[in-house]
Design a protein around this ligand. Sequence first.
Ligand SMILES: [Zn+2]
Length: 240
Amino acid sequence: MPRVIPEPSFRRYSALKGAPPRGIELNMDSLDPVNADNLLNSSKPKSITTFTNRPSRDEAMAAVRTLLAWAGDNPDREGLLDTPKRVVEAYDEWFQGYAADPAKELSRTFEDVQGYDDMVMLREIDVESHCEHHMAPFLGKAYVAYMPTEKVVGISKLARVVEIFAKRLQTQETMTKQIVDAIETSLAPLGVAVMIDAEHQCMTTRGVHHKHVSTITTRFTGAFKTDQALQDRFMRLAQK
Ligand SMILES: [Zn+2]
């Protein structure tokens, strides 16, 4: 069952102001986001919901003022007057992944690999993301590899795919799977391996306050799943 996005109360207001539909595709897998096993073993079909009722910039700034007051401060004091504007601009950057399409990034492939038949791997791709539970940053590195068939993709595109998913709200588990799925679907390679190693500020700065705990998620498909030696090589290269 797809998750139901509640009808936002600002819908009519946006429509009146002629706000253009944003056409965001949200991947709304109805999976328990904290249970990686459940996620990875799920065979449930994906559902895509199109979110078109984006609030206006003014509405977003008003919401930031509300949060400032909720934090206990006075949104009208001088130091905070421009904060809603800055926060909204920061959101444009942090969440720009909603407006981008990973499949498009991977659509341009090259077929002349001159017999190259081993893994292609990118190490230490920066991950700057926000968890969907707290909207708190999680920061780390991603390691992405695939075994090409006759098609390869520009290597910068793999980093771009990581960035697109990172600049959306999700969990590290879903992000790991989304990266794998995007590469599988676009390149149909012999296998994909993804590892993400990240520190979640919702865990280090609040709640349990465990400093320096990092979360590792992995996902292997095809040859990386069936060939233990290949998987070991990926993990060694990732950790070197
Ligand atoms: Zn969190």
